[in-house]
Ligand binder design. Sequence first.
Ligand SMILES: [Fe+2]
Ligand SMILES: [Fe+2]
Length: 366
Amino acid sequence: MSASAENKARLSPESAGIAPAAPGPWKIMIVDDDKSIHAVTKLALSAYSFHGRPVAWLDAYSGEEAVQLVRQHSDVALVLMDVVMETDSAGLDAAQRIRDELRNPFVRIAVRTGQAGVVHEEEVVRRYCIDDYREKTELTATRLFTLVHTSLAHYDQLRTLEDARAQTELVVALSEAIEARSPDTGNHLRRVAAYSRLLAQLAGLDQASTHLLYLAAPLHDAGKIAIPDAVLHKPGAHDEAEAEVMRSHAEIGRRIFGNHESPVLQAAAIVAGQHHERWDGQGYPNGLAGEHIHIYGRIIAIVDVFDALTHPRCYKEAWPLKSALEYLAQESGRRFDPALIELFMQNLDQFIEIYNRLRDPDGTVH
Ligand SMILES: [Fe+2]
Ligand SMILES: [Fe+2]
């Protein structure tokens, strides 16, 4: 390595372990007792890559070998599986063992058979969750390309969903931990999540963005974990010094989540950091105005206040619904995004439905 290259390597964020490791190649396994099939397949896809990642090939020559290789490489994305090898159904038996014995639901399996009609296609596809079933003679280079492309996209999607599921569980656990210390009792966090999802849908956010907001919404006040109990739980009004301490929860929340790359935590950083900004720029912590406030922040600002007003807090009684709505209307274009307030009012029945469905057990609804 030259001196300058060495310097570059030392100074790059990767070397400091800041950037995530680049994803490796897609592992694709060819299972066939005919060696020439391995060679032909690799040749047909020699220049292939997907999402900028090339292919790393794994070779197995029997069903048994295929199962052992998948056991060693649980991150195999796709298995191109022959049927007739050591037995007439070796490939199908291997597919079954991958699903049932190895419990690997992610790897995509495409069956390529030399003999049609040995087993009925539909039954095989269903029983072993197989993505594709073709006779080898059907597999032109173009069809092979399409098959691999579709399978890798499907695999990638399954993995992403699984990651999201794991993240969701963590975020829910975190929300519950925060709720346990929060003076905002009852279903406040659940209602804020449900209202924010509804308002996001009404505002035309796509499904993924809406779902991220739904997950992140219960974390809007996470920064309060750093607020001393005496201030957080004080009945009655805060003096100016205490109010200042309370206001710090927005910036603290942003910092807690802001260093993380996960989309849910990025959303949480926005929600925590911007839910007290105001449309007219008079909010905190940064005095952002109008659309400089992320739509997540503008949505949470509305639904958090709406819910706080319509339920009792340690420092106040619940307001009647009518008064709360009057407040929202009055603050449209001042505290709140007028377009979002309009959507809220136009679809009030749906918000009321959530309000009734998630009311607190002590029945403090007016
Ligand atoms: Fe807050
Ligand atoms: Fe709140």
